[in-house]
Design a protein around this ligand. Structure first.
Ligand SMILES: [Zn+2]
Length: 113
């Protein structure tokens, strides 16, 4: 049985302004989609790991990495998203929060008696 490992969650996709798909060349249909990997124990997220961003075309459903994007304004929009919008979801720290609460209660309980 696997009790720990990594999993990932999706970060809200947002539409990018302008640009075109490097595959089907459709204009202005590009979205950015992020994934954040996290380490889990018993499926409880413990701490966040790396993030991964893709540009997704809503026309041909192709997913592209940054180095595959050819149009310049798409790259700058992508970089802005990368910097500002890929926040770590708070629940990725659930395990650490539980652990800290446990430690706190263990050290406080003796004083309550
Ligand atoms: Zn496309």
């Amino acid at each position: 049985m696997i009790i720990f490992g990594t999993s990932s969650s999706t970060i809200n996709p947002s539409k990018l302004d302008g640009g075109h798909c490097p595959f089907c060349k459709t204009e202005n249909q590009m979205w950015v989609q992020g994934y954040r990997k996290y380490f889990h124990v018993f499926w409880i997220p413990f701490f966040p790991l790396w993030k991964k961003l893709y540009v997704v075309c809503s026309h041909c459903k192709g997913a592209f990495e940054k180095q595959e994007i050819t149009s310049k304004n798409l790259i700058s929009n992508f970089e802005e998203f990368e910097k500002n919008k890929v926040k770590i979801p708070w629940y990725h720290f659930t395990g650490i929060i539980i652990f800290l609460l446990l430690i706190t209660s263990i050290s406080v309980i003796p004083f309550l008696n």
